[in-house]
Structures are given as structure tokens and as C-alpha cells.
Design a protein around this ligand. Structure first.
Ligand SMILES: Nc1ncnc2c1ncn2[C@@H]1O[C@H](COP(=O)(O)OP(=O)(O)O)[C@@H](O)[C@H]1O
Ligand SMILES: Cc1cn([C@H]2C[C@H](O)[C@@H](COP(=O)(O)O)O2)c(=O)[nH]c1=O
Length: 215
């Protein structure tokens, strides 16, 4: 029986790597899959992992209808066995419902990958609907870590190095620091340090007893 599975974890926890591995393993057994993503850091229509692997993918937009995409494939004689859906937090609720319908009515496996909550600790729409509808939710086994060594459970956004809790929900970025010209970066933290807005920099400044910083 086909399944809708949601693989979730913080940023940098290996989701895109697992998405690529999942596709590889199913394709190696002769199954036909379609790979989707939305707003990957590597650019439009790419699915990239920080481990270096990167493949072409179909870019999901506001107007993407998964049901129509699969129907079009079938009209051209291509039967689809599974979908790999990365950055699924950015999909709309309707799009997640289309995915569930494909599982139930066409017996297509859907493997969705994404973060659950944004930098304010609020659920993304796509993640919320996946949590509501998925047959299974799998939390990534490789732990991403807070600077304190505890398991990282939340994603923090920094602007010019300072953690923020207001702003647009979607701003593409990385945990490796803000690239040239960009002000926004991300850092994964445990809940305690997310609530205290204590990033690695703040912890360092505090332990150095920096008297200038008003934190
Ligand atoms: N140089 C490296 N050597 C080994 N593992 C790495 C390296 N760089 C990144 N990784 C691994 O890749 C993971 C991030 O993978 P990725 O699929 O890009 O994450 P996600 O999609 O969840 O943001 C990190 O948690 C780490 O385990
Ligand atoms: C927390 C948070 C993240 N994002 C963006 C930043 C990245 O481009 C993706 C997550 O990608 P990853 O493969 O899981 O690292 O989401 C965002 O737009 N808003 C947020 O609050």
C-alpha cells in the first residue's frame, strides 16, 4: 500500500541527502519517480545536499497541481511509482492534499522532506498539513546540534549576525553564514537557547564578558 511519509528535521539535518538517497534506491529497483523541490538554495529546479550531490528537479510554484502533473505523465505513457518532494514546508496546504490524494487514489508513494517550524517557531503551512495527513512522520536520525551540544530542535534566523523573531516567513538562506551581499543566515539551536535568543555568537560574547554589547 502506498504511503505519504513526512521526513522532518531542522535545517542541516540531512533531509535533502536522504531525499537523494531515497530516489536513488527506488530508481535502482526500476521504479519511476519524479523529484520536486521549491526554492532550494542551489537555485531553481535543483535539489541539492550539503554533502555535494545535486540533481535536476521540478520546481514547485504556487500554481503547481501535483494531480495534473501526474495525469500529464500518464497521458504520455509514463507511469509514476513515487514522488520525492523536498522543501515541502513551502508547499501549500492544497498541494499537500493533492499529494495525499495521489497516495490514496493512484497508489503513488510520496516521500516528503522539510523543516516543520520557521524562525519564529511557527509551523509552515505545508509542514502543518503534512503533520495532519501523513501516514508516518520520520524524524531524521542524524542529530544536528546546538552550540551547547544538545540536540538542535529549532531554526533561528539572524540578520547581520543578530537573532530576529520578526520578518517574512520565507527567506532562502543557509546555516553556513550569510553569503556575500546577503544579511540573512540561519543557525540551529535547542529550544532553551532559541527561547533565550542565545546564538553561538551571543554565548561567546557573554563568556568573554563583553561590556559593550547590550544583549
Ligand atoms: N563536509 C561534510 N562532511 C560530512 N558530512 C557533512 C559535511 N557537510 C555536511 N555534512 C552533513 O550533511 C548534513 C546536511 O545535509 P543536507 O541534506 O544538506 O541537510 P538538510 O537538507 O536537512 O538541510 C549535515 O547535517 C551533515 O551531517
Ligand atoms: C527557518 C526558516 C528557513 N527558511 C528557509 C531557509 C532555507 O532556504 C530553507 C530550509 O532549507 P534546509 O534544506 O532545510 O536547510 O528554508 C525560511 O525561509 N524561513 C525560515 O523561517
Amino acid at each position: 500500500m502506498a504511503e505519504l511519509v513526512f521526513f522532518s528535521g531542522t535545517m542541516d539535518s540531512g533531509k535533502s541527502t536522504l531525499a537523494l538517497q531515497t530516489d536513488h534506491n527506488h530508481a535502482a529497483r526500476g521504479r519511476t519517480g519524479l523529484i520536486f523541490t521549491r526554492e532550494d538554495r542551489a537555485g531553481t529546479s535543483r535539489l541539492s545536499s550539503r554533502l555535494g550531490l545535486e540533481v535536476d528537479a521540478r520546481e514547485v510554484t504556487d500554481t503547481t497541481d501535483f494531480w495534473d502533473v501526474v495525469a500529464t505523465e500518464r497521458l504520455t505513457g509514463r507511469l509514476v511509482d513515487y514522488l520525492v518532494c523536498d522543501e515541502a514546508q513551502f508547499y501549500s496546504r492544497d498541494q499537500v492534499e493533492q499529494l495525499a490524494r495521489l497516495v490514496d487514489e493512484v497508489e503513488i508513494d510520496v516521500f516528503a522532506f522539510g523543516i516543520t517550524t520557521d524562525f519564529r517557531t511557527r509551523l509552515f503551512p505545508g509542514a502543518e498539513r503534512l503533520i495532519e495527513l501523513a501516514d508516518r512522520i520520520e524524524v531524521l536520525q542524524v542529530q544536528s546540534l546546538c552550540w551547547c551540544g544538545a540536540r538542535a530542535t529549532h531554526n533561528a534566523r539572524t540578520v547581520d549576525g543578530r537573532m530576529v523573531v520578526e520578518g517574512d516567513q520565507v527567506v532562502v538562506g543557509d546555516v553556513a553564514g550569510a553569503p556575500d551581499g546577503a544579511r540573512v543566515a540561519y543557525e540551529v539551536l535547542c529550544r532553551r537557547h532559541h527561547m533565550r535568543r542565545m546564538t553561538a555568537d551571543v554565548a561567546r560574547w557573554r563568556s568573554a564578558g563583553d561590556p559593550v554589547l547590550d544583549l
